[in-house]
Write a protein that binds this ligand. Structure first.
Ligand code: NDP
Length: 321
């Protein structure tokens, strides 16, 4: 992949893709090396416990991908799949037992949980030392103070992607669309730590395009397929598309994917849907300099950073960091 340094003259035009797969692979190889070293020194492997409740198909796929990544890097994993109908007390009991086990380094609870279980209560019950998703209030508080902590995996992965692609952050105008706890807010904290001038937009932002058009670096995490188009993007900007939306209809595919539409329609015919981000790729490519694709962009980095956080938890818990 070309780096930004190789293309200093590149401004607007046909955006180049930032390849999440290549960078996720680099991160996983780094973690695999650390796991080998940890094994050699401690004679134990880091262990991630993944907890899932109910029958949500997407959650099952996400957890399966995380377990698979553990196998790839040599991290031991446990999959606790609790049936639909599990109540909060039962879930809290499981987390308490995982908290107390010396051989478990990281705990992740796959969200969303069934509606009757309060997610905050569950997240708050995870031992902050094992909070590899970085969602616990202690982790969020430390992040907002600029102190070392577990950083939520998606925004942490985006920083890795930018840095490993030689895209400058310091001094740029960065704009984040979306203010969720898992993406928008921690993303803002990380970009601020990296000396960007940060603006956060949300559903009540007035005249969104006039704000986003100021951004050298635009991160979009709203959950609305192809919402961000030509009018939102500054020529030459870097556009990071976090959204993952299932598309099933031909009209939307044609609107978003241009020359790639037929390939995407074939995916729908085979699988029932195709994934689109929150950015309209056809329009973004006319103005941006760099763009992350969906799929193949940010999503892969999220899992890679979970591996890194689990490795970090194992070292921290043994006083090695
Ligand atoms: P949430 O639903 O928690 O938050 C969405 C945010 O977008 C809210 O802050 C909301 O504003 C804002 N928003 C919604 N509509 C608009 C609009 N029209 N204009 C401006 N802002 C708007 O979403 P998440 O952060 O959890 O996820 C966002 C997307 O990213 C989803 O598609 C999700 O699937 C994907 N995702 C991908 C990950 C990956 O690994 N690639 C990881 C996590 C998420 P308000 O606060 O005012 O309601």
């Amino acid at each position: 992949m070309q780096s930004a340094k190789d293309t200093e003259t590149k401004t607007a035009g046909r955006a180049q893709l930032l390849d999440g797969a290549v960078i996720a692979e680099q991160i996983k190889q780094d973690v695999a090396q650390e796991v080998r070293q940890f094994w050699a020194e401690e004679e134990v492997k880091p262990c991630l416990a993944a907890v899932r409740v109910g029958d949500d198909a997407a959650s099952a796929v996400y957890v399966r991908n995380k377990i698979k990544a553990c196998e790839e890097v040599g991290i031991r994993s446990e999959h606790h799949a609790l049936p639909a109908g599990t109540n909060a007390i039962e879930l809290l009991d499981l987390i308490a037992s995982l908290n107390s086990r010396g051989d478990v380094d990281g705990i992740l609870v796959q969200l969303p949980l069934p509606g009757e279980i309060d997610e905050s209560t569950i997240i708050d019950s995870i031992d902050p030392e094992k909070d590899v998703d970085g969602f616990h209030p202690v982790s969020i508080g430390k992040l907002s103070m600029g102190r070392p902590t577990f950083v939520p995996c998606t925004p942490a992965g985006i920083i890795e992607l930018l840095e490993r692609s030689d895209i400058s952050i310091g001094g740029t105008n960065a704009c984040i669309v979306g203010r969720s706890q898992i993406v928008g807010r921690p993303m803002a904290q990380l970009l601020l730590q990296k000396d960007a001038t940060v603006t956060i937009c949300h559903s009540r932002t007035r005249d969104l395009p006039s704000v986003t058009r100021q951004a050298d670096l635009l991160v979009v995490a709203i959950g609305r397929a192809g919402f961000i188009g030509r009018a939102h993007i500054k020529p030459g900007a870097t556009v990071i598309d976090v959204g993952m939306n299932k598309i099933t209809d031909e009209a939307t595919v044609r609107r978003l994917f241009g020359a790639e539409a037929d390939t995407r329609l074939a995916v729908i015919a085979r699988r029932g849907y195709t994934l689109a981000g929150d950015v309209n790729p056809s329009e973004a490519d006319e103005v941006a300099a760099w763009r992350t694709p969906v799929p193949g962009g940010v999503g892969l980095l999220t899992v890679a950073m979970l591996m890194r956080n689990t490795m970090k938890a194992a070292r921290l818990r043994r006083g090695l960091e």
